[in-house]
Write a protein that binds this ligand. Structure first.
Ligand SMILES: C[S@@+](CC[C@H](N)C(=O)[O-])C[C@H]1O[C@@H](n2cnc3c(N)ncnc32)[C@H](O)[C@@H]1O
Length: 328
């Protein structure tokens, strides 16, 4: 069996004091150390059974002692996060922890899974972005349980990449986009730059009438995932010719009325001239993927290139920034 069929779960225990290191550690893990995903500690039925032992099975009414037991367990695990890696790719991250964050305690467990998606699936459930827009796992498309979610539904297969709406940056991007009062004509173009699963561009297709949404990523597998998700959402108007690897993005394709760019700061800075050159006059760009303290650097860089600041928002340690190209 190939090493890719095993995964490493690294359990990191933060304290109230070290918890503020979490977003930076996730960012560095993704950028420098092949970190695949992070899950906050959660208490499911199985965990409750294992905490309570036989008590869990003997009665439907739990005693006060049982509640105390659960509470104690919860308090001791409230800052536990699971970091996921393909087996063999966890080394750089462990070195990072040992060298720069020795005060964060961790343990590891190897898990055998035949398919990475099995793991994602078990942690991915419907995510309401607001009252009228919900992300639904594609395998729940036919479930009656999803009827309770009102409004637009975006069906998503997470693939191996990023972009389920579970992450603050994706959630913030969607929420901010849905709040924008922009009207699109049939001719207006939208670019989902760093599309991952395609979640943001597909949301644009659903929100507006224009079918001119383009997708771009550096990763072939992200583009394949985007194509599957377009199919799950029956968005057949997007042709293959609207989906590009970054290196193949055509020079002549420009004048986008709206651009999504949910990528780490380093990529947003190195792609700044490219992104600004692709915006139409008065076009809007929505940046995410940046930490709160990186906001000023991003705004400064894009202001120098002729954009103006419109608004920003935050969630946890993450920020979203909206900027606009000035009229000439
Ligand atoms: C944080 S994920 C965002 C995925 C999705 N758009 C979302 O909001 O959930 C960033 C994506 O950007 C892609 N990416 C990184 N650098 C890039 C670049 N220079 N040009 C285009 N895509 C890039 C990565 O492959 C990844 O799929």
């Amino acid at each position: 069996m190939s090493p890719k069929n095993y995964f490493i779960e690294a359990y990191l225990q933060f304290t109230s004091e070290t918890l503020e290191e979490l977003p930076v550690l996730i960012e560095r893990g993704q950028r420098e150390c092949c970190l695949l995903g992070v899950k906050e500690y959660e208490l499911d039925e199985e965990s409750i059974d294992s905490i309570l032992g036989e008590e869990a099975y003997c009665t439907a009414d739990l005693s006060e002692e049982s509640f105390e037991k659960i509470e104690k367990y919860l308090l001791s695990n409230q800052h536990l996060y699971t970091f996921y890696f393909n087996k063999g790719e966890e080394g750089a991250f462990l070195q990072l922890i040992q060298k720069e964050y020795p005060y964060i305690s961790y343990s590891l467990q190897e898990k055998e899974v035949s398919d990475w998606n099995t793991l994602w699936r078990s942690h991915f459930s419907p995510i309401p972005i607001n009252e009228s827009f919900t992300i639904i796992p594609s395998w729940q498309k036919e479930d009656e349980t999803i009827d309770s979610y009102k409004g637009e539904k975006l069906y998503l297969y997470p693939g191996e990449g990023f972009g389920t709406g579970q992450h603050e940056t994706t959630f913030l991007c969607l929420k901010t986009f849905l709040e924008q009062e922009i009207s699109f004509s049939d001719e207006d173009k939208v670019l989902d730059f760093g599309c991952g699963s395609g979640i943001l561009g597909i949301a644009a297709l659903k929100k507006m009438n224009s079918k001119k949404v383009f997708f771009c990523d550096v990763s072939e597998s992200a583009l394949e995932n985007t194509k599957s998700n377009l199919a799950y959402n029956e968005e057949d108007s997007v042709e293959e010719k609207n989906i590009f690897l970054r290196e193949d993005f055509p020079d002549e394709l420009k004048n986008f009325k709206f651009i999504f760019a949910n990528i780490l700061l380093s990529a947003l800075l190195s792609e700044a001239e490219f992104l600004v050159s692709k915006l139409a006059r008065e076009g809007v760009i929505l940046f995410s993927g940046i930490l709160m303290h990186q906001r000023e650097e991003l705004i400064h860089c894009y202001t120098k290139l002729g954009l103006t600041f419109v608004e920003d928002d935050e969630m946890g340690q993450w920020a979203v920034v909206v900027m606009k190209k000035k009229e000439l």
